[in-house]
Design a protein around this ligand. Structure first.
Ligand code: HEM
Length: 421
């Protein structure tokens, strides 16, 4: 399904979705329109891009995204900025610690795991993309964004009463608007190459300022709603499996032996098999949602002996693949060791947490690195343990979600963080 871009169309799905998000129809038309020639391509001209093929704004945007998010010369700058953000956010002295600290004693600080991962991680990737002036310590933005992340399914599924989601969306996007109002001289130095390119491209194409704000909101959302929740689940699984956590800590310590040492991100990526197995296994069991395409062939589409009619929406939910007992024995249980085998049987065809085809998530490298760095810095700075009477969180499966599931309400975990000296 992912590879078929001729009889299965993604643009037809995306256009109404981004209009629902708040982009004007004019901006959407402008985004998909291919200029008549390279000489008339405003983005090419403004950025002096090579090549003689004109491209739509969407096409240019995807190329910029790939150029910085996929491993290559521009990727390291983003990863370094994420590490700087995590170093700052993982201090108990920062302005938003009050939102996750529940109590303090001489021996340890008690925190809510949900809020800790939310307030530390939700500004890490935005800090790298837009610089720290947008999200770091911006409580109204982070709170509104959290509520939007939780309920945005109401927008996509056309829920009758979605006013609350629009309110959350407007609240977080209005913070982005304030940020874009800053003079370039106050934000440019910390912004990523990617956002600078995108903003220049939107301006060159003639997009209005309000539409540029909405586009920044879309990038904020697509890049940011998953890593914090994924980290919640990873710590939940590890804290209830102390032997496994100890083995993972050995890999984390090898990459960052003390709070002051330089973090070795290559070691985390390439020499930490158990840590990476824990991340893959968590993705396998917590990811919900579906990639969606529309059948555009007037004759319909034949798949597995069945004809899907023209105009139908085709949903590809990864959960069914991820829970296939024939491929993943004891599929509902958390067994990271299954990823340590040389050939993991389901990896190619029964594992799709990042989607596939033209929309294959380009942020997967940065997302995984962010989570690994978060764990390495957290474990270097703190002894992390469960507070008393904690029970392992359970999945909330009664509402749709795109990305990692939420825990059932009230199933947050209380942690004790003891500073290491
Ligand atoms: C754990 C974290 C993440 C997960 C599970 C995830 C998952 C996904 C999935 C499943 C898709 C495909 C959607 C579809 O086919 O309909 C996607 C697309 C995308 N993701 Fe991610 N993502 C994550 C993090 C990120 C990050 C950190 C970034 C950017 C920094 C990012 C940027 C994007 C973009 C730009 C697309 C759209 C690609 C396109 O349409 O061309 N993602 N992601």
């Amino acid at each position: 399904m992912y590879k078929n871009t001729v009889t299965l169309d993604f643009a037809a799905i995306v256009k109404p979705l981004i209009i629902m998000f708040g982009l004007s129809e004019a901006a959407v038309d402008m985004s998909f329109k291919v200029p008549a020639s390279a000489a008339q391509d405003p983005v090419k001209n403004a950025l002096q891009l090579p090549g003689d093929k004109p491209k739509s704004l969407m096409h240019h945007g995807a190329e910029f995204t790939h150029e910085q998010l996929l491993p290559g010369p521009r990727y390291a700058a983003l990863e370094n900025a994420v590490v700087r953000s995590l170093q700052a956010n993982l201090s108990m002295k920062n302005t938003h610690a009050q939102f996750y600290v529940q109590s303090r004693s001489d021996a340890y600080t008690s925190v809510s795991l949900c809020n800790w991962t939310l307030f530390v991680l939700s500004s890490a990737i935005p800090d790298a993309l837009f610089g720290p002036k947008l999200a770091r310590g911006n409580i109204p933005l982070l709170n509104a964004f959290d509520s939007f992340s939780k309920y945005n399914w109401k927008l996509w599924y056309g829920w009758k009463d979605a006013n609350d989601v629009r309110k959350y969306k407007d609240a977080f996007v209005s913070e982005i608007d304030k940020f874009l109002d800053l003079p370039l001289s106050e934000r440019e130095a910390d912004e990523s190459w990617l956002w600078q390119r995108m903003e220049t491209a939107y301006i060159a194409a003639g997009m209005s300022r309000i539409d540029i704000t909405q586009r920044a909101g879309l990038l904020f959302w697509v890049s940011n709603s998953n890593p914090s929740r994924l980290s919640f689940w990873i710590l939940n699984f590890l804290l209830f499996r102390p032997d496994l956590f100890d083995r993972v800590k050995e890999e984390l310590h090898a990459a960052m032996p003390s709070p002051d040492s330089q973090l070795d991100t290559d070691k985390l990526a390439n020499e930490s098999p158990l840590l990476n197995a824990v991340i893959e296994e968590t993705l396998r069991i917590v990811i919900e949602g579906a990639s969606v395409r529309i059948v555009t062939d007037p004759k319909g589409l034949q798949i597995g002996g069945k004809v899907i009619p023209h105009g139908a929406r085709l949903f590809a939910p990864p959960r069914q693949l991820h829970m296939n007992e024939k491929v993943w024995p004891d599929a509902k249980s958390f067994h990271p060791e299954r990823w340590l085998a040389k050939d993991v049987p389901g990896k190619k065809d029964h594992y799709k947490p990042w989607g596939g085809g033209v929309t294959f998530c380009p942020g997967r490298f940065l997302a995984k690195s962010t989570i690994r760095c978060f764990l390495a810095i957290a474990v270097a700075r703190y002894d992390i343990s469960l507070g008393p009477w904690q029970v392992e969180a359970k999945f909330k499966l009664d509402e749709p979600v795109n990305g990692p599931v939420y825990p059932i309400e009230g199933m947050d975990l209380k942690l004790r963080l003891r500073v290491k000296h």
